[in-house]
Design a protein around this ligand. Structure first.
Ligand SMILES: CC(C)(COP(=O)(O)OP(=O)(O)OC[C@H]1O[C@@H](n2cnc3c(N)ncnc32)[C@H](O)[C@@H]1OP(=O)(O)O)[C@@H](O)C(=O)NCCC(=O)NCCS
Length: 203
């Protein structure tokens, strides 16, 4: 579980928790967020962006909390295993009003063995990516990749990913990128969501 420090600019925002959905309301919000970003905003898909991968994906959400209670889902990502030990991340998205929201720091988040030139400034996207890869690492991943849209390559490079090759998906230029797993130490889920997460993991 990742907690961000309170940002005084956002009145009432206590912290953002990044985790798997713990109830059906959060799961519905996860799909609604994906639809609003990938169908309505980006027009990458027409009616639905849900696909076969969702049957074996682990959904991850960023939830803001007010006065200690969970509020809206503000960001999403999914992870899935393609081949034994080879995981992918996808459908990374953050609600528009929470983009570039990075006035908080998580100095100990990335592994200390990995050289970081300055104190790492988090964003919701960075938190989601961190949670996605560190959870896959915990489940048993030796390779973690994603197809990244061109405008986001810089973000992933900052988070210890490297480009493997250029590809076209949904008629849009993407880059297959791979994470440096040393920067993402295996991290389990520490909340009651673990009970629910069994339905995603199928273990
Ligand atoms: C990509 C995305 C998840 C980044 O979320 P975020 O929490 O804002 O992440 P960051 O604050 O670290 O910003 C990442 C980059 O996006 C830029 N950005 C963030 N919000 C933006 C906005 N509203 N308009 C333009 N650029 C924006 C940031 O300036 C930053 O650019 P940089 O890498 O050149 O510094 C978010 O912009 C999004 O949901 N985009 C639509 C869906 C998408 O593209 N998904 C990724 C598929 S690979």
């Amino acid at each position: 579980m990742i907690y961000f420090e309170k940002d005084k600019k956002f009145t009432g925002l206590d912290f953002i928790d990044i985790n798997v959905p713990s109830n059906n309301v959060q799961l519905e919000a996860y799909y609604a967020t994906r639809k609003s970003i990938f169908c309505d905003e980006q027009n990458l898909f027409q009616e639905t962006e849900v696909d076969k991968k969702d049957s074996h994906s682990v959904p991850i959400i960023a939830v803001n909390h007010y006065l200690g209670f969970p509020d809206a889902v503000i960001g999403v990502v999914r992870i899935y295993e393609e081949k034994k030990g080879e995981w992918f991340g996808g459908r990374l998205g953050v609600h528009k009003e929470y983009r570039s929201f990075s006035k908080f720091v998580c100095p100990k988040l990335f592994s200390e063995q990995v050289q970081i030139s300055s104190l790492y400034k988090m964003s919701i996207a960075a938190g989601l990516i961190y949670r996605a890869v560190s959870l896959a690492n915990y489940i048993g991943c030796h390779k973690f990749s994603a197809y990244v849209q061109e405008q986001n390559v810089k973000l992933f490079k900052r988070l210890h990913w490297q480009v493997v090759k250029e590809v076209y998906l949904h008629s849009t230029k993407h880059f297959l990128m791979e994470a440096n797993l040393e920067a993402y130490p295996a991290t389990p889920i520490y909340s009651n969501s673990i009970a629910n997460s069994k339905i995603y993991f199928n273990y």
